[in-house]
Design a binder for this molecule. Structure first.
Ligand code: HEM
Length: 452
């Protein structure tokens, strides 16, 4: 079958290399415009051959129809795994499937219910912190920083309940942030690999990763010794048994999965939340609809999950925010064997980048894609959204395991904070996208909080 994909000329890549390393989105978008086709080839040097696609049919083929022939690239399964171990997010093949089957039930409705109860307490604590801050005349905040802290606490407390201290949470957050940034550097600057080894940077990172393990080992051992049962994710992981056996995970496996949940579970959520606060400030008519929903609904402390599920407009707002700013803005796969789809050859050594951001902004599928319009996600319209034109949580068997967890958490946070506070972008603050492992805002979104 002929290979019909156009290729970005090598000279153009070299010319744009620095812009590409800082923010690849405008360059990728320009390539799509120039080629006028939904997929093209881009080879970063002789070693890294890649396809970039925003074709929902091809994406569906890769993520779903023929997913067995596509694995995750070494970005997660080697580079990230070298820091946070082999867990759900960072493994492939049979091992991944075995872990997914083991852990999936822990994210079903019953467990979510107890996680939401833990989250409800934490959001009140954050609410009080913000109140005090405002009372002291300090309403200015970096939204991304505050949401990162809150999402980190949410994941830490649902994992370890009361067994983790504030200090430990901060330490884990700093280390995971740093190591994730190092992964991006490693991927975008493969030519400095030798220098990183010689300069001791690799060794320093390894040491940092080990200290993360030591910290978590301490927390898990203390829990084991205490014999307490807290109905949190750690209890779920410790109690899970492989199908048809009495065997659970080893201590190392539990550690790896805990670290993976930390790494996967808070940066994405923090980004989605901070972009949502920004979009609501820019679109005050939509904020008014959120406020209306808040005034008509109470969260029942005895059954918070049922109350949160009724917050349907807030759900639409979050969905639309993740369309415009998808935290996982690009997802990669590698073909295990040569493959072809609709005349496109996919070779077993090349990375196929599923360009989530591009599909979410394609006017073929989204009318006025730059406009923030939560009503696109009204319940009765959901069925008419074409498959893989909207996939902030991925798709197929590797769909985000924490998707409902994240939605509940974000609805709860938005409800609570918008009920009590108003947030406006600080005058003169410039908001800019910074795509790394996730789609962050470059300057963190500086806002002013005031009491409602
Ligand atoms: C807004 C928040 C979130 C977004 C946008 C998001 C997005 C994603 C995406 C796109 C994937 C698939 C990646 C791929 O196919 O290569 C994924 C996987 C995953 N996510 Fe999330 N995620 C979010 C929150 C969470 C939370 C809160 C948790 C855990 C508490 C979590 C845990 C995971 C795990 C473990 C995987 C790997 C699943 C597997 O491969 O079996 N995520 N996430």
């Amino acid at each position: 079958m002929p290979n019909t994909l156009k290729k970005v000329p090598q000279l153009q890549i070299i010319r744009n290399i620095f812009k590409f390393l800082t923010n690849p989105i405008p360059i990728i978008d320009q390539n799509f415009k120039d080629f006028g086709e939904p997929s093209f080839r881009l080879n970063m040097g002789a070693m890294t051959k890649s396809v970039i696609t925003k074709d929902p049919e091809l994406i569906k083929y890769i993520m779903q129809k023929n997913n067995r022939n596509f694995k995750k690239s070494i970005l997660q399964t080697e580079h990230l795994a070298s820091f946070i171990g082999k867990g759900l997010l960072t493994s492939n093949g049979d091992y991944w499937l075995q872990q997914r089957r083991l852990i999936q039930p822990g994210f079903h409705k019953k467990s979510l219910d107890s996680f939401v109860r833990i989250m409800s307490k934490e959001v009140v604590t954050f609410n009080n912190y913000l109140s005090n801050k405002i009372d002291q005349g300090d309403g200015e905040l970096l939204m991304l920083k505050e949401m990162s802290r809150l999402a980190l606490i949410m994941v830490a407390k649902t994992l370890f309940s009361g067994s983790i201290t504030e200090e430990q949470i901060t330490s884990i957050g700093n280390k995971v942030d740093y190591l994730q940034a190092e992964v991006v550097v490693k991927i975008r600057q493969p030519f400095f690999a030798r220098w990183r080894k010689l300069s001791g940077r690799d060794a320093k990172n390894k040491k940092l990763a080990q200290s993360l393990y030591d910290l978590l080992t301490e927390i898990i051992s203390e829990r084991r010794e205490s014999g307490e049962f807290k109905n949190d994710i750690l209890d779920m992981l410790q109690g899970a048994r492989y199908e048809g056996t009495d065997d659970g995970m080893t201590e190392k496996q539990i550690l790896d999965e805990c670290l993976v949940l930390f790494a996967a579970g808070y940066e994405t959520t923090a980004n989605a939340l901070s972009w949502t606060f920004y979009l609501l400030d820019k679109n005050r008519d939509k904020l008014a609809l959120v406020q209306k929903e808040i005034s008509e609904n109470e969260i029942d402390p005895n059954n918070p999950m049922a109350s949160i599920m009724k917050l349907d407009y807030i759900r639409q707002v979050i969905s639309e925010s993740m369309r415009i700013f998808p935290p996982a803005w690009i997802i990669d796969r590698v073909a295990i064997e040569n493959d072809s789809f609709n005349g496109i050859n996919l070779y077993n050594d090349e990375i196929i980048n599923l360009y989530v951001y591009g599909v979410h902004h394609d006017p073929q599928y989204w009318e006025n894609p730059a406009v923030f319009e939560p009503a696109r996600f009204e319940r009765d319209k959901l069925k008419s959204i074409k498959a893989y034109t909207y996939f902030p949580f991925g798709g197929g068997p590797r769909l985000c395991i924490g998707n409902q967890f994240a939605m509940m958490e974000m609805q709860l946070i938005l409800y609570t904070l918008l009920k009590n506070f108003d947030f406006t972008l600080k005058e003169g603050h410039v908001v800019e996208m910074l795509p790394g492992v996730t789609l962050r805002s470059k300057n963190g979104i500086r806002m002013m909080a005031s009491r409602r």
